[in-house]
Design a protein around this ligand. Structure first.
Ligand SMILES: [Zn+2]
Ligand SMILES: [Zn+2]
Length: 281
């Protein structure tokens, strides 16, 4: 479900996925991109309950691995809580040959340190330093966290929005390798949204909007380099066109003056322009 404030202090409630009569309605009271330890703490402090939903109870967070760590003592092991509903429970390596174990308290402390670093990064003005410092942090924590860990995803989310938008990284000057990186981050986030916030949400729409740009530029670059036919270019532009159309549809329900509402309008215009340029090919 998604909630939106609309004029005259009215609230609009909308189902993000199709619902059948009698289905239970779900609404998240917390930050869905946070790891289980943080979400459950936040819910206890702000809503006074210990969440035991299927995501919180699952050490893999429904297969997303948003809380999973990499083992520092073996090559392929991942480290997860033995009981995510108990913040004090031990965390153990998944490899049967590895005996690595640590306490929930130690994990919580480590997460706080990294979260504090991310909070500092979030204070940076959008600019080249905001990109470069986040990329450096991703590199530094690559061996600590699963690639889909919440804390890495939050940096990837910021990067997905910064690439193409800031000095030195504007969309028309991004080399293909960075366009691919932007697209990779967008796809990783969309895949996670499928599980933790399925359906037509604002964050999905904003990510689809971000994804259209690298897809469009990569196709155009390949075509300009003589690496594909005009027919193939037309085919390749279908995906970015669909991203824009979906983003425009979802965001058309937002307040037109909100950042999301404004992006929705831009997406709707862009889809028309892209359609025209495909037809004129
Ligand atoms: Zn929960
Ligand atoms: Zn291990």
């Amino acid at each position: 479900m998604t909630l939106a404030w609309i004029a005259q202090q009215r609230v609009q409630v909308r189902a993000a996925i199709p619902i059948k009569a009698g289905d239970v309605l779900h609404l998240s009271y917390t930050h869905s991109l946070s790891p289980t330890l943080f979400r459950r703490e936040h819910l206890l402090e702000s809503k006074f309950f210990s969440c035991d939903c299927s995501r919180c109870a699952d050490p893999t967070e429904l297969g997303t691995h948003m809380s999973t760590l990499k083992c520092s003592k073996c090559d392929d092991g991942t480290v997860m809580s033995t009981d995510p509903l108990d913040s004090q429970a031990a965390w153990k390596c998944s490899s049967t040959e590895c005996a690595f174990t640590t306490s929930g308290t130690a994990v919580r402390k480590m997460l706080s340190v990294v979260q504090a670093e991310i909070d500092q990064l979030d204070l940076l003005e959008p600019g080249p330093a905001a990109v470069e410092q986040r990329e450096a942090a991703l590199k530094r924590y690559k061996s600590v966290f699963h690639p889909r860990h919440s804390l890495l995803l939050s940096m990837k989310l910021a990067l997905a929005q910064l690439y193409g938008r800031v000095d030195g990284y504007s969309i028309d000057e991004l080399p293909d390798i960075m366009l691919e990186r932007k697209a990779e981050f967008c796809r990783a986030l969309l895949k996670v949204f499928d599980v933790i916030a399925p359906g037509e949400s604002r964050m999905r729409a904003m990510m689809l909007y971000e994804l259209h740009a690298p897809l469009m530029f990569m196709a155009r670059n390949e075509y300009s380099a003589g690496l594909m036919t005009q027919e193939r270019l037309k085919e390749r532009l279908q995906e970015p066109m669909q991203c824009l159309a979906d983003a425009a549809r979802i965001l058309s329900r937002e307040d037109p003056h909100s950042p999301e509402g404004i992006t929705g309008k831009i997406a709707a215009q862009s889809v028309e322009q892209l359609k025209e340029s495909v037809e004129s090919l």
